[in-house]
Design a protein. Structure first.
Length: 471
C-alpha cells in the first residue's frame, strides 16, 4: 500500500540482509547500526493515524555527512530503499518505514555549527531540535521564527522536509522562508550544496526551495543555512470570546483587512476549549463558541491589542481580555499548544487534518466541519492558525471501534474535499506523506503529478528515497 509507482527493489532473504549489514558496517561504527527487531520496530512510523508502515531491515544513526554518503552508496549498490527520519513527530506518515528499508535516522547529527549575528544566519545539522536552536540564537539577540507546536521535540531536518509552519506564521512566515542553503546527499551518495549564505542570491534554479517540503524523496539534508531575525520585544496576548465561530472569523477578517500585523492569531472552537479544560483545568471560558487569541510583539503591544480588541467587539465578541504581562500571555499560549494533546484524550486517538483556506472562507470551513461532525456522529475539534487560514480539524475516535474508525476516515476525507471546494489546499504545513497522497493528485491534477514524478526521476532514478510518499 505504501509503495509508489516508482518501486524500489528490496533485499530478499537472510543472505541479502547479511550483505547489507556487512556493507553498512564497513563505513559505520557498530553502535550506529541497529538490527534488534524490537528496537527497529520502534522506528517504523511517525504520529499519523491510518498510515500503514513496513518493517525496516535496519536502522542507521549517522553522525556525519560522510556516513550518510556511505549509507546512500550502499543503498544504491544493493538497490535498498531508504527512509529518512527526524524525530517522527510528523502527522502524515512521511517518515513511515517500508518493508526491508534502511531507516536513516538523523537525530544524532544535532550540532549547531555556527551562529553569525552579523550575517544573521545559523548553520545547523538536521537533528537539531527546533526549541534548542531558538534558545541558542536568543542568547545572541536573534530569533528563529518557525515554531511548530511540537517545537520541543521536532528537528530542523524534519521541519525542512515537511515545510513546517507554526503559531507565528501570520507575521513571520514558514520554514521555507528561512532556509537559505542546504548540503544534500543525493540518492547515489554524491554531496551537493544549494543556495547561499548571503542576503541576496538568484544564481540558477532555486533548488533549495525544491528540497524544502520534499519529505526526503529527493535527497538527505545534512546541513542547513538558516536566516535569523532580530529578537523582537516580548509579545502580549489578547483573548476574545465569541458567541459563534463565524463571528470570530469575521473578527479575523477585520483584523487582517485593517492592516494589523499580529505575531499570532489563533482560534480554538468550543470543542477544543472544553477538551483543554478537561485535560489541564486551566479554567478557560466554556461558555464561548470560539476563543480567539491575538498577540503583538511590537514596541507598543498594548496599543495594538486595544485596536484589535475594538475590532473583536465590533464583530460581536462577548468578552475581550488583554493579558497584563508576559506570564499571563504565556499561560494563554500554553492553552493553545495543549489543544492537540487535549483532543487526543477525548477518545484516545485523533486524525489531525491540515486544511488551509483563504482567510475569507475560514468561517465556511469551520461551519462545514461542524456539519460533518454531526453527520458522522463524531467529536471534531477545530484549532486554527486563523491569521493565515490554516485549520487543524481534529477527528477524535476510538481506534478499537471499527465503525468509528470508518466514520473518522470518511469525515477526514470530507473535510479535505471541503477545503478544496473553498479554494484551499489539503495541507498547509504537515505535508502529504502517505495520508494524503491520493488527495495531492486531486489538488494538482494529472499534469502536475507528471511533472513532479519527472523531478523525482531526475534526483532519484532508482526510486530509493522514501518510496511511496507524496504520489
Amino acid at each position: 500500500m505504501i509503495m509508489s509507482r516508482i518501486e524500489a527493489p528490496r533485499p530478499e532473504g537472510t543472505a541479502m540482509t547479511g550483505t547489507l549489514l556487512d556493507r553498512l558496517l564497513s563505513g559505520l561504527p557498530a553502535e550506529a547500526v541497529l538490527t534488534d527487531p524490537d528496537v527497529t520496530a520502534s522506528y517504523a512510523n511517525d504520529m499519523a493515524s491510518f498510515c500503514p508502515a513496513g518493517t525496516p531491515a535496519v536502522v542507521v544513526l549517522p553522525r556525519t555527512a560522510e556516513q550518510v554518503q556511505h549509507v546512500m552508496r550502499t543503498a544504491t549498490e544493493l538497490r535498498v530503499p531508504v527512509v529518512p527520519q527526524g524525530a517522527r513527530t510528523g502527522l502524515s506518515g512521511a517518515a513511515n518505514a517500508t518493508d526491508g528499508c534502511i531507516v536513516l535516522s538523523l537525530t544524532r547529527m544535532d550540532r549547531i555549527l555556527e551562529i553569525d549575528p552579523v550575517d544573521r544566519i545559523a548553520v545547523v545539522e538536521p537533528g537539531v531540535i527546533n526549541a534548542t536552536l531558538s534558545r541558542a540564537v536568543n542568547e545572541h539577540g536573534l530569533y528563529y521564527p518557525p515554531d511548530p507546536s511540537s517545537w520541543e521535540m521536532c528537528t530542523i531536518g524534519g521541519n525542512i522536509g515537511t515545510a513546517s509552519g507554526g503559531l507565528c506564521c501570520v507575521k513571520y512566515g514558514v520554514t521555507a522562508e528561512y532556509v537559505l542553503g542546504l548540503d544534500v546527499v543525493l540518492a547515489d551518495g554524491r554531496l551537493m550544496s544549494t543556495g547561499r549564505r548571503t542576503a541576496k542570491g538568484v544564481a540558477g534554479y532555486d533548488l533549495t526551495r525544491l528540497f524544502v517540503g520534499s519529505e526526503g524523496s529527493l535527497g538527505i539534508v545534512v546541513r542547513a543555512v538558516l536566516a535569523l531575525k532580530p529578537q523582537p520585544p516580548q509579545q502580549l496576548v489578547l483573548a476574545a470570546e465569541f458567541p459563534s465561530a463565524s463571528a470570530a472569523c469575521d473578527a479575523v477578517c477585520g483584523i487582517m483587512a485593517g492592516g494589523h500585523v499580529p505575531s499570532l492569531l489563533e482560534l480554538m472552537d468550543r470543542t477544543t476549549v472544553k477538551a483543554v479544560n478537561d485535560l489541564t483545568h486551566m479554567g478557560l471560558p466554556e461558555t464561548t463558541e470560539a476563543l480567539l487569541l491575538a498577540a503583538f510583539d511590537t514596541p507598543d503591544p498594548a496599543a495594538d491589542l486595544a485596536a484589535v480588541g475594538a475590532l473583536c467587539e465590533a464583530a460581536g465578541a462577548s468578552q475581550v481580555v488583554p493579558a497584563d504581562d508576559a506570564a499571563e500571555s504565556e499561560l494563554l499560549l500554553q492553552a493553545r499548544r495543549s489543544s492537540l494533546v487535549a483532543l487526543e484524550a477525548v477518545r484516545g486517538t485523533t486524525m489531525i487534518d491540515d486544511v488551509c483556506v483563504p482567510r475569507s472562507r475560514l468561517g465556511d470551513l469551520i461551519d462545514g466541519v461542524e456539519a460533518i461532525a454531526e453527520k458522522h456522529r463524531l467529536t471534531i475539534g477545530v484549532v486554527a492558525h486563523a491569521g493565515d487560514g490554516n485549520t487543524h480539524p481534529t477527528v477524535c475516535f476510538d481506534a478499537q471501534d471499527p465503525d468509528e474508525c470508518r466514520r473518522a476516515r470518511e469525515s477526514f476525507d470530507e473535510i479535505m474535499a471541503l477545503g478544496l471546494e473553498l479554494g484551499g489546499t489539503i495541507t498547509g504545513e504537515h505535508g502529504v506523506g502517505v495520508l494524503k497522497k491520493e488527495w495531492l493528485a486531486r489538488e494538482i491534477g494529472p499534469v502536475g503529478v507528471e511533472m513532479q514524478r519527472a523531478i523525482k526521476q531526475v534526483f532519484d532514478p532508482l526510486g530509493l528515497l522514501n518510496p511511496g510518499k507524496l504520489f
